[in-house]
Design a binder for this molecule. Sequence first.
Ligand code: AP5
Ligand code: MG
Length: 191
Amino acid sequence: MRIILIGPPGAGKGTQCQKLVELLRVPHLSTGEMLRTAVRAGTPEGVQAARYMSQGQLVPDSIIVGMVSRRLEAADCRKGCLLDGFPRTLPQAATLDEILERRAMSVDGVIELAVPRDELVRRMLARKREDDDPEVFAKRIASFEVQTAPLLDYYARQGKLASIDGLGTAEEIFARVKAAVTEFERGARCR
Ligand code: AP5
Ligand code: MG
């Protein structure tokens, strides 16, 4: 299974992926986590990425695409993976399709976690990651609405989108996520 999780900042993508890893036994690829690791390590990519992340802006594709394609080529991704935070733009989605097509693979399903803005802000204030400053958070939400939300239509047109209510306890939401994954598995068997 190759599954993408899409949602605004604080929607619970990382939280639900951690649970899905247990269920599906495939790696969790979070571009945000990869970038934060690079920033902490002070690599040239990390130094460049930090300038964008601290402003709530997307990191350039010249950094992201290489990072993701290298990770997707690793042996542990052969059976599948969970993509959290990638793709985030229509060009990134097209690039992902190309990377997977070259390996005769495809995206099996896309889960949208829908959460209203006031709840996102509540979660952000309770967490306090480096980029959880209210002003930066507002920019991350705007970036989601302008650059990432169009992906929902892109995947809906392919019949791959499951939109899930992201309000409730993490367990309640996970029950909805599991139901969506069961549908994706059914779809994959029919293809
Ligand atoms: P990224 O790390 O992907 O951040 P994000 O999309 O802003 O999302 P978050 O990680 O904040 O939220 P989440 O949806 O994972 O929610 P979580 O489970 O943590 O990206 C960071 C930056 O990296 C971007 O701004 C950009 O600069 C760059 N970047 C990354 N990918 C890129 C790409 N492809 N292209 C270009 N740039 C890229 O939950 C949030 C909080 O809520 C947690 O505290 C959690 O415990 C809590 N919580 C979770 N579920 C619930 C619940 N049901 N009820 C109550 N609280 C909950
Ligand atoms: Mg996350």
